[in-house]
Design a protein around this ligand. Structure first.
Ligand code: ADP
Ligand code: MG
Length: 195
């Protein structure tokens, strides 16, 4: 597939269709493998506070990771155009928020970026340079435009079929440090445009 010739919307539709077509069995087994790779990588092991997500629309499921009760987990709420993060443990109930995404109660303690060691970033696709195709809301781009959030270590989470060579990018898209798929964790090879 010549990815560069596709615009973001066409790609989103195509990759989301491909993910929706995964059988339940494959979705589960790939998610568990992905969680295994993630939970044995040094960045995860050394992290104390980790920002994550609740799987939606067949995103890789992170439930296996949440059994690591020695971690402080953080989950986001969509508030207007921003993500607001709260401390969360698997015993806490979830509420249905914007876009039908499960989110933590607004009454749970907020998380400040200075206290976070690692952010797991959901995506529709990620490329070898770490650039991310999201759902089109720009939520993670806006969050990471703030220097306090920008310096945070990030691992993007996608199934291998969505880990592609090159994605179309725009001025505000920021690369992710590492990518985890069911095949393992890979460091992004940043490519900067020549001056
Ligand atoms: P996604 O990252 O979800 O795939 P896009 O990269 O296409 O989506 O961005 C969606 C929208 O978010 C863009 O039209 C852009 O206007 C807005 N956006 C992205 N980053 C910022 C930012 N740092 N400040 C303001 N708006 C932003
Ligand atoms: Mg973007």
């Amino acid at each position: 597939m010549e990815i560069l010739n596709y615009n973001k919307n066409t790609l989103r539709r195509q990759l989301l269709q491909q993910r929706a077509a995964l059988s339940m069995e494959l979705w589960r087994s790939h998610s568990d493998l992905l969680c295994h790779h993630l939970s044995t990588c040094p960045e995860f092991i050394s992290a104390r506070t980790i920002l994550a997500y609740q799987s939606c629309r067949q995103e890789p499921n992170l439930d296996y990771l949440f059994t690591h009760t020695n971690k402080q987990w953080g989950l986001p709420r969509c508030v207007g155009k921003n993500l607001v993060w709260h401390c969360w443990q698997p015993s806490e109930p979830m509420l249905i928020g914007a876009y039908g995404i499960l989110e933590p109660s607004p009454e749970l303690p907020p998380i400040e970026p200075d206290n976070v060691d690692l952010m797991l970033v959901p995506a529709v696709a990620i490329d070898r340079s770490g650039y991310r195709l999201g759902y089109g809301g720009g939520y993670y781009d806006r969050l990471r435009a703030d220097p306090l959030w920008r310096k945070m270590l990030t691992i993007g989470i996608v199934f291998d079929f969505a880990y592609v060579e090159t994605l179309p990018i725009e001025a505000w898209d920021l690369p992710i440090d590492n990518v985890c798929t069911e095949l393992g964790v890979t460091k992004s090879t940043f490519i900067y445009a020549a001056e």
